[in-house]
Design a protein around this ligand. Structure first.
Ligand code: BGC
Length: 453
């Protein structure tokens, strides 16, 4: 195949079974922060704290998906998107994190699921996308070992109420990000810091991921169960041995620490000394309960990081060299645009023994979009998506078992500590009026999915 031919992308090239979709998360889109008996989540509390979110933004209304869900699902249909990933807000269905259930919360998700199915769109439910009920955080949150049973109970509630119609389940979203940013660095909810909080949260989240998988397996007939990991292609800044070793440590922390125990390989404690501290919290036959036989693994890859040895960074002895400093193109998140990253990640993760099929459950980019004459001509985003798809196709042709691609995200939304400054949507949102405009990237994706329309 010559180069020109190779660069024309079509849906068929990926095969008829390849899954196409978009991903979202409850706290980032729903708004309705206190509607119908919802309890507070750690993100409600964190984003109300001064200085935590850029420009003092909050998600009290976000995209108002709580009220606009029908319109947004119609837009999905208009764009020919067959799979929709959304998360359940734990504190909406269980306001204090534990029983009793808030029936209004259950009704709300039932309405979404039913409407998706009515529109011929397959629901993909994420059980935990970072919004722990605040009442549980007061009891220690993920640093409290009991969180494993709280999460199992919540999972059982969701599986029981939604499992007759939802077959695709994602247990946890990106454990390394919410434990790292939320319990070690304090820049995400719940805003706690320190190595002890982090290590405890890491172990409890891993146990909860496997436990949640088992609950869904035992409750939902024919369930397709996965969980997602954030993964970043890591390269050393130079070929100096100390940079190479630093890159290996960062790779261990970001890419291996959470997936390896799930795959039955245990924590990679030999390659990152600080992980030895996990031994303090691994009790009884915990090691036997870290693994679960998932049907798929969701990988979420946005960029690569270039790593340098650093004497002053505790525990990891490494620092990241930002794209800007390296003179490389980057998004409004400061993340390098480097499509080959997703190829390397697919090759790396496919190499694990016992790796089930892989879905790319998130990929996308934030750029400074502008609305001109009612249109958003976001060329850079379209190009970003196309180039990433080319790399996925290349990996697939070389034998990687990748079977799906979900764009992050359907609409612009509340981008955590960045507030509304970082726009990732295929659809533009005016946060004052809640007006939606399909961006050119969205139009492109819709046409890519069904060229006949
Ligand atoms: C998360 C999303 C987030 C996206 C872009 C992922 O880390 O799952 O919630 O909005 O990346 O930052």
């Amino acid at each position: 195949m010559d180069k020109a031919e190779d660069s024309i992308l079509s849906r068929e090239q990926f095969g008829t079974d390849f899954l196409w979709g978009v991903s979202t998360a409850a706290f980032q889109i729903e708004g309705a922060h206190d509607a119908d008996g919802k309890g507070l989540s750690i993100w409600d509390v964190f984003s109300a704290r001064k200085g935590k979110i850029k420009n003092g933004h909050h998600a009290l209304d976000a995209c108002d998906f709580y009220n606009c869900y029908k319109d947004d699902i119609q837009l999905l249909r208009q764009l020919n998107i067959p799979n929709f990933r959304f998360s359940i807000s734990w504190s909406r269905v269980m306001p204090t994190g534990v029983l009793p259930v808030n029936e209004a919360g259950i009704r709300y998700y039932n309405k979404i699921i039913d409407f998706l199915l009515e529109c011929g769109i397959e629901p993909w439910v994420t059980l935990y996308h970072w919004d722990l009920p605040h009442a549980l955080e007061v009891k220690g949150g993920w640093t409290n070992r009991e969180c494993v049973s709280w999460f199992s109970e919540y999972t059982a509630v969701c599986a029981k109420h939604f499992g007759d119609r939802v077959k695709n389940w994602i247990i946890v979203n990106e454990p390394s990000v919410f434990t790292g940013a939320g319990y070690f660095l304090g820049v995400h909810a719940p805003g706690r810091r320190g190595i002890t909080n982090y290590i405890k949260a890491m172990h409890h989240v891993t146990l909860a991921t496997a436990a949640g998988g088992k609950v869904v397996r035992n409750t939902v007939a024919n369930a397709n169960i996965g969980t997602t990991f954030s993964c970043t292609h890591i390269e050393p800044y130079s070929q100096k041995p100390k940079d190479i070793r630093a890159a290996k440590r960062v790779d261990t922390l970001l890419n291996r620490t959470f997936i390896e125990p799930i795959l039955g390989l245990g924590y990679p404690q030999e390659d990152l000394k600080v992980l030895k501290r996990l031994d303090r919290y691994i009790i009884g036959d915990d090691r036997k309960h870290l693994a679960f036989d998932f049907d798929f693994i969701g990988l979420q890859c946005y960029t690569r990081e270039v790593v340098k040895y650093s004497l002053i960074t505790p525990y990891i002895g490494a620092s990241l060299v930002p794209a800007k400093k390296r003179g490389k193109p980057f998004t409004t998140m400061g993340w390098e645009v480097y499509p080959e990253a997703i190829y390397h990640i697919l090759k790396k993760f496919s190499g694990y023994k016992g790796m089930p099929k892989i879905l790319i459950t998130e990929n996308g980019a934030s750029f400074a979009d502008t609305v001109i004459d009612g249109k958003v001509n976001d060329k850079e985003r379209t190009q970003y998506l196309q180039e990433h798809l080319q790399q996925i196709l290349k990996a697939k042709k070389e034998g990687c078992n990748v079977e799906g691609y979900f764009v992050w995200s359907l609409t612009d939304n509340f981008e955590w500590a960045e507030g509304y400054n970082a726009r990732f949507g295929l659809i533009h949102v005016d946060f004052d009026t809640q007006q939606r405009i399909i961006k050119d990237s969205g139009l492109w994706f819709g046409k890519f999915l069904d060229p006949t329309i």
